[in-house]
Design a protein around this ligand. Structure first.
Ligand SMILES: Cc1cc2nc3c(=O)[nH]c(=O)nc-3n(C[C@H](O)[C@H](O)[C@H](O)COP(=O)(O)OP(=O)(O)OC[C@H]3O[C@@H](n4cnc5c(N)ncnc54)[C@H](O)[C@@H]3O)c2cc1C
Length: 231
C-alpha cells in the first residue's frame, strides 16, 4: 500500500519543492460539458467541433455554469496547515485528510525559502524585497519547527494522547488532503486564489492546478488565455 504523503504520479511541486498538488482522478471531458448543455435538445456528441468550442465559451461568458458541474476533479494536496485553512473555506469542495488522531508518522514542517515583508497599507498583503531574506530568521523558523516536534514526541512518549499532543505543532506543519470539486467551482477557486489578493503560497497551488487540468480542458484554458490569464 502506498503512503498518502507520497505525491501521485501526475503532480506539480510548489513552495520550493516542499509542497505539491497531484491530480488523482477526473470524471468527464469538455465534450461532457457541451453534451450537458444540449441535454435539453436530447442530442449527444462524441467529439467537439468548432461550434461546440463556441458553445463552451458562451457558457463561461454568460455564467451558465451548471453544464460545467458535470466535469469533476480529485486532487491530492500537500500543503502547510495555514494554507489548508484557507483552502477549506471553499465549501463546494469535498475533503478528506490524514488525521493526526490516528498517526504521528511522516511529519514534515514548512520552512519558507524566502521571507516577504509585511505591506504597510494592506494588512492582508506582503511583498518580496530583494534586500530582505535573513538566513538567521529562516533558520530560527526551522529550529522552532524542530523544537515543536520534539515537544510533541515528548508528550507522546509520556503517554499523552495524540489528539491533545498535536496542539503544540505549528501552523507550518504539512498536511495532506484529498479535495474533489466540479469545474464550475474550481474555476471560481482559481479566480480567487490565482490572484494578487490571495496569499502568495496559495497562488502557487492555484497555478499548479491550472497546469494539471489544462490538458483535460484545453479550450477552457485557451478561452481564459484569450482573456489575458496565464494558464
Ligand atoms: C483574498 C481573500 C481574502 C480572504 N480573507 C478572508 C478573511 O479575512 N476572513 C475570512 O473569514 N475569510 C476570508 N476569505 C475567505 C472568503 O471569505 C471565502 O470564504 C472563500 O474565498 C471561499 O469563497 P466562496 O464562499 O465563494 O467559495 P465556496 O465556499 O466554494 O462557494 C462557492 C459559491 O457557492 C455559493 N455558496 C456556497 N455556500 C453558500 C452558502 N452557505 N450560502 C449561499 N451561497 C453559498 C456562493 O455563491 C459561493 O461564492 C478570503 C478569501 C480571499 C480569496
Amino acid at each position: 500500500m502506498e503512503h498518502l504523503n507520497v505525491p501521485p504520479e501526475n503532480h506539480v511541486k510548489v513552495l520550493n519543492g516542499q509542497g505539491w498538488v497531484g491530480l488523482i482522478d477526473h470524471l468527464g471531458t469538455e465534450t461532457t460539458i457541451v453534451n450537458a448543455a444540449r441535454v435539453s435538445f436530447g442530442k449527444i456528441k462524441k467529439e467537439m467541433d468548432q461550434r461546440d468550442i463556441g458553445l463552451l465559451e458562451y457558457l463561461i461568458d454568460n455564467r451558465h455554469t451548471s453544464p460545467l458541474e458535470h466535469l469533476v476533479f480529485t486532487f491530492s494536496i500537500h500543503c502547510p496547515l495555514f494554507i489548508r485553512g484557507q483552502w477549506h473555506r471553499h465549501r463546494t469542495w469535498s475533503y478528506n485528510e490524514i488525521s493526526r488522531r490516528y498517526t504521528e508518522i511522516d511529519m514534515e514542517f514548512y520552512t519558507p525559502a524566502e521571507l516577504r515583508r509585511q505591506s504597510e497599507n494592506n494588512r492582508q498583503a506582503s511583498f518580496a524585497d530583494p534586500d530582505f531574506n535573513p538566513a538567521e530568521l529562516r533558520e530560527a523558523i526551522a529550529e522552532h519547527n524542530k523544537r515543536s516536534f520534539e515537544l510533541y514526541e515528548k508528550l507522546l512518549a509520556s503517554g499523552v494522547c495524540r489528539e491533545q499532543a498535536r496542539g503544540v505543532l505549528p501552523q507550518n506543519m504539512m498536511v495532506t488532503f484529498w479535495g474533489t470539486v466540479d469545474l464550475s467551482n474550481l474555476l471560481h477557486f482559481l479566480e480567487l486564489r490565482d490572484s494578487d489578493h490571495a496569499q502568495a503560497e496559495i497562488q502557487e497551488y492555484a497555478r499548479a492546478i491550472k497546469k494539471l487540468i489544462k490538458p483535460i480542458i484545453p479550450h477552457v484554458a485557451a478561452y481564459f488565455e484569450k482573456k489575458g490569464q496565464v494558464w
